[in-house]
Design a protein around this ligand. Structure first.
Ligand code: LRH
Ligand code: MN
Ligand code: MN
Length: 409
């Protein structure tokens, strides 16, 4: 691709485009029907950080790793090992990213956590969140990602208004506590329309998340998980509106066909990913912000049962960079002209031209300049790293009595 202003803009925008890896994406995982184990799956935080570090080495785009408190830390209340954790991450060339409290696996949460009718369950959840905040501050993270499985399964099971009221009170308290205990960090509020609750979820959509964030304060922003929408939902419109309200905190990237399928980003609908990036780039352009200026965090949230985990992550990062770069190529002056003239075909063609542009040369150029592999996925697949890790980890597991663990239950 020749060096044009659009090309150079895309190259420098890529410098600020970072994709956070989920620690749980490298560990044993499965569906509720079963797990298919992989020898190379990571069993503990050190192995997860190792694998994330390898993805970062190949892509130069993933310097942080999201952690899930109970899956990655033995004791949420113990911040004394924070320095060790920070060093462990640094040894693998990464640092700790968003901290995800776990409000769904304790027996006390049968009827919910922060929304439970049971005061002791609510208090337990608050304590866990406060501990997660302390942990996040201690490990040098920049955000707390709140997702709760709270909801009900049957009409009449509980008062929807009481539950949301309790939740709002909790989010107000937690976000306020964060402003003191963890200054500069973002309180991210994720939503999900169903699962594991099937009648009603306490934060079903972006509107509910936005209400909570507006009550909680300026450090609270909405987290859009691309798998958490009902079929046909226009995610890029949600993104556009949240940006306009100053409340788009970040993403959990994955793709879906039916529900929360955790498929690799863009495997089903790459154009939708492009359209999301286009809305962000368009907002930054119209408000005079540099690329990345909107302060959106891009995180992957995928647990792979069938694809090799490292491959799935590298594939996702490359897909994200590809669609992100294409979105930078949109000719915004031309688009505005067509929009102003009511020329639908002209406007759509501008978007399609960028979407259909071949950015492989541009991405290779960026990767060469940043010490990444020119084709990260091909390099990983031919390197033998996954096979080698598989051998080592299978042997270590056998020596430890065949126990598997450290994964997404
Ligand atoms: C829930 C979810 C949430 C969790 C993660 C493991 O479906 O998207 O973000 O923390 O999966
Ligand atoms: Mn998620
Ligand atoms: Mn999910």
């Amino acid at each position: 691709m020749p060096s044009t202003p659009a090309h150079d803009r895309a190259l420098s925008a890529l410098d600020r485009f970072r994709v956070e890896l989920p620690s749980w994406g490298f560990a044993d995982t499965g569906t509720r029907f079963g797990k298919f184990f992989q020898d190379a799956a990571a069993s503990n935080l050190e192995e997860k950080l190792h694998d994330a570090g390898h993805v970062h080495q190949l892509t130069a785009a993933c310097p942080t790793v999201a952690v899930h408190v109970l899956w990655d830390f033995d004791d949420a209340s113990d911040t004394s090992s924070a320095e060790k954790t920070k060093k462990m991450a640094a040894d693998h060339g990464v640092s700790i990213g968003s901290v995800n409290p776990n409000l769904f696996q304790d027996q006390e949460y049968r009827h919910g956590s922060l929304c439970s009718p049971d005061a002791s369950a609510r208090e337990r959840a608050m304590t866990h969140c406060r501990e997660s905040i302390a942990l996040g501050a201690a490990v040098g993270s920049k955000s707390l990602a709140m997702w709760m499985a709270d909801g009900t399964n049957y009409p009449g099971q509980d008062s929807i208004r009481r539950r949301f009221g309790a939740l709002k009170e909790a989010y107000v308290q937690l976000a306020s506590h964060m402003r003191d205990a963890w200054p500069g960090a973002t309180f991210l509020a994720e939503y999900k329309p169903f699962e594991p609750a099937f009648y009603q979820t306490d934060i079903p959509d972006w509107g509910a998340s936005l209400l909570l964030c507006q009550a909680a304060g300026d450090n609270a922003k909405v987290l859009v998980d691309t798998g958490h929408h009902l079929p046909g939902c226009n995610i890029e419109q949600i993104v556009a509106l949240l940006l306009a309200e100053g409340r788009l905190g970040g993403f959990h990237f994955n793709d879906r066909k039916y529900a929360d399928d955790d498929l690799t980003l863009g495997s089903i609908d790459p154009y939708a990913v492009f359209r999301i990036f286009h809305e962000i780039a368009s907002f930054e352009h119209d408000t005079g912000l540099a690329p990345g200026g909107a302060g959106v965090d891009y995180m992957i949230d995928q647990s792979h049962n069938l694809k090799p985990k490292l491959e799935a992550m590298v594939q996702t990062v490359c897909e994200a960079q590809k669609q992100f770069a294409k979105a930078q190529l949109v000719d915004r002056a031309k688009l505005a002209e067509f929009q102003g003239a009511g020329d639908l075909v002209g406007a759509e063609t501008v978007l399609k031209e960028a979407y259909e542009a071949d950015v492989s040369g541009l991405l290779a150029e960026w990767r060469r300049a940043h010490g990444a592999a020119e084709d990260p996925l091909a390099t990983l697949r031919s390197s033998g790293v996954i096979e080698q890790l598989g051998k080592e980890r299978a042997a270590a597991r056998e020596a430890a009595g065949g126990q598997r663990g450290g994964g997404y239950a």
